[in-house]
Write a protein that binds this ligand. Structure first.
Ligand code: MRU
Length: 344
């Protein structure tokens, strides 16, 4: 677990500050639950599984910071923090999953408050370890689905669904990692992922750190790479999966899926079972986060357009199930129309 974006450090949480990568690798120590709310909002920690775990740790922090012997007051404080967390990022269901796991444990555990406090830290830590193991299983299952020929494949990925987006391994990049470890990877093409550049800033950084052979392209080069026959499979992550197999992922995923289908290239979505929202029937019901227009207006201090220009900045899009070859989870790969087989 060399790249660990979120971890419990004795009495607080330590985050890799993902807003500073790749210029600077630095940690931020989070000691108050509301500071974690801000860290999620500002994308210091981001990626669906990672924000689920960060939210779980925020509830653990909330438990430590409240000084009371009253169970009702204790639970009320956790609920207040949970409500603030729920307002941070609406699309990734893992955020809500992490919060619910923790609140269920808090409500169901009997015993004195100090015991509850300990139990909540233990629970968040266990969720983090489970998340890592889940990603390793996704990597292995993904490796098994990749085309048999050629021996060494060229893959394409989008955004960052790597160690930084999970708890140290990755979903889509976990499949790439597993292919590399099995000597089945020639190259991964990394799309830069406008406007926040998670591909260029984060996935590229991970590949360089780990010696994974990778090539960076701008998003509009993906079609040409496919046209040239360079790509054997596309693997992306997901922020939420609907019951019918439609998925929400980083804005631009939909275009990539259509391109892949047009070129006869398999398009895989790698995500843990906790990314499936069994309560919604299709992608149209997934809430799509819109972020501040500054992300499109400029990069740092450099303006990319005329100030005053209208800007639309949805952070995610929906890829309909018909463009997806398979959904790879810790339970194996299923075609999207067979997703219901995983519900039990
Ligand atoms: O806005 P972000 O950076 O949190 O978006 C991340 C993505 O869209 C990832 O592809 C997705 O969360 C899968 S991460 C394993």
């Amino acid at each position: 677990m060399s790249i660990l974006p979120v971890a419990w450090a004795y009495d607080h949480v330590r985050l890799i500050d993902q807003t500073r990568l790749p210029q600077e690798f630095s940690y931020v120590d989070i000691r108050r639950a509301m500071d974690m709310v801000r860290a999620i909002q500002t994308m210091m920690v981001r990626g669906a599984p990672a924000i689920g775990i960060a939210a779980a740790f925020a509830i653990a922090l909330a438990a430590q910071e409240i000084d009371t012997e009253e169970r009702s007051e204790f639970l009320a404080h956790l609920e207040t923090v949970a409500a603030a967390l729920r307002q941070t990022r609406p699309t990734a269901i893992n955020l809500f999953w992490g919060i619910d796991q923790m609140l269920n444990v808090a409500r169901q555990t009997v015993g004195p408050i100090p015991f509850l406090k300990e139990k909540l830290v233990e629970t968040a830590q266990k969720l983090a370890v489970d998340e890592y193991n889940t990603c390793v299983a996704i990597g292995e299952n993904g490796l098994a689905c990749l085309p048999a020929q050629p021996q060494r494949l060229t893959l394409m990925t989008y955004c960052n669904a790597g160690a930084l987006a999970t708890v140290g391994y990755g979903t889509a990049l976990g499949v790439v990692r597993a292919a590399h470890a099995a000597d089945r990877l020639l190259q991964v093409y990394v799309c830069e992922t406008r406007p926040r550049l998670q591909g260029a800033r984060l996935t590229a950084w991970e590949c360089v750190q780990e010696g994974i052979p990778a090539t960076l392209i701008t998003d509009n080069m993906a079609g040409f790479c496919m046209y040239q026959g360079l790509i054997q499979a596309v693997v992306v992550g997901a922020d939420r999966i609907a019951r019918n197999g439609d998925i929400a992922n980083k804005i631009g995923t939909y275009s990539l899926a259509i391109l892949a289908q047009t070129h006869g290239i398999p398009f895989y979505v790698a995500a843990p079972l906790s990314s499936i929202d069994w309560n919604i029937s299709d992608g149209s019901q997934i809430p799509i986060e819109e972020r501040e227009i500054d992300e499109v207006y400029r990069i740092g201090e450099i303006w990319l357009t005329a100030p005053g220009m209208e800007v639309f900045n949805p952070a995610f899009d929906i890829t309909p199930a018909r463009y997806i070859t398979g959904i790879i989870t810790e339970q194996g790969m299923v075609p999207p129309d067979q997703l219901h087989r995983l519900q039990a």
